[in-house]
Design a protein around this ligand. Structure first.
Ligand code: 13P
Length: 253
């Protein structure tokens, strides 16, 4: 973490949460964050689409932000089952996760699709959380930086700024596995991401954009990961479903 960038602790609930447990969780996160008073970090929850409206109500006035896990790039129209940015804004979302590896894998989303979704997010006045990260095979082949470089070139809009974009580095092999890269590896990849962003967007934007680490972040490893110079927060899956663990990660900031 670096003083000039305010940390962001973001929970990606993925396909979890019904009105009972989901709203209890949202209320617990709201209570935790309110209890921090003038917290020195931002907090975001990204529930499934079905809970956005109600979860937004549960966190209202707490300072916790609301995000979606995906969007469509078109403004509106004949896209059965899809959700537009205007709809997400209408439910109170300020952030949208785009290009999560589970979307890239399950739905064949390419860098071009992810970039179009990020651009639509920004055009609608919302903040895109653009996810990148290598698979285990790519890592084993020594291609981590090549993959990340290609994903940044293709997925991050040319108009990305610190105000409209967050980048999340999530090594695919670390998601939900309990495994993480070493702290040195995380810092090296994050520094590389920032240098690639500088080449694409200019140093000022690159210095301001928050880079989140995601992949098996938990209360046991958060402090060390969040202390790294180019790690400006976390994108948390499993541990974000447990209010105590999510709060403990916030406390690590
Ligand atoms: P886990 O924290 O469960 O590994 O998930 C990380 C993730 O994919 C967040 O988007």
């Amino acid at each position: 973490m670096t003083a000039s960038r305010r940390p962001l602790i973001a929970g990606n609930w993925k396909m979890n949460g019904l009105s009972g447990d989901g709203l209890t969780l949202a209320a617990a996160v709201a209570d935790y964050y309110k209890g921090k008073g003038a917290a020195s970090f931002d907090m975001l929850i990204c529930p499934p689409f079905t809970l956005l409206g109600a979860a937004g109500g549960a966190i209202e006035g707490s300072g916790v932000s609301l995000g979606a896990q995906d969007c469509h790039m078109a403004e509106k129209g004949a896209h059965t089952g899809d959700i537009s940015i205007a709809m997400l804004a209408d439910t109170g979302c300020s952030h949208v996760i785009v290009g999560h590896s589970e979307r890239r894998t399950d739905h064949g989303e390419t860098n071009e699709v992810v970039c179009a979704k990020a651009e639509a997010t920004n055009a609608g006045g919302l903040i895109a959380v653009v996810c990148i990260g290598e698979t285990e095979a790519e890592r084993d082949a020594g291609k981590t930086l090549d993959v990340v470089k290609t994903q940044i070139a293709g997925s991050v809009p040319g108009g990305a700024t610190a105000a409209n974009t967050v980048v999340a580095y999530e090594p695919v092999w670390a998601i939900g596995t309990g495994r993480t890269p070493t702290s040195d590896e995380v810092q090296d990849v994050h520094a590389f991401i920032r240098s690639e962003l500088a080449g694409k967007l200019g140093q000022d934007h690159a210095d301001g954009i928050r880079l989140l680490y995601g992949g098996s972040m938990n209360p046991g490893n958060a402090k060390e990961l969040l202390a790294l110079a180019d790690v400006d927060g976390g994108l948390i899956g499993g541990a974000s479903l447990k209010p105590g663990d999510f709060g403990a990660i916030g406390d690590s900031c």
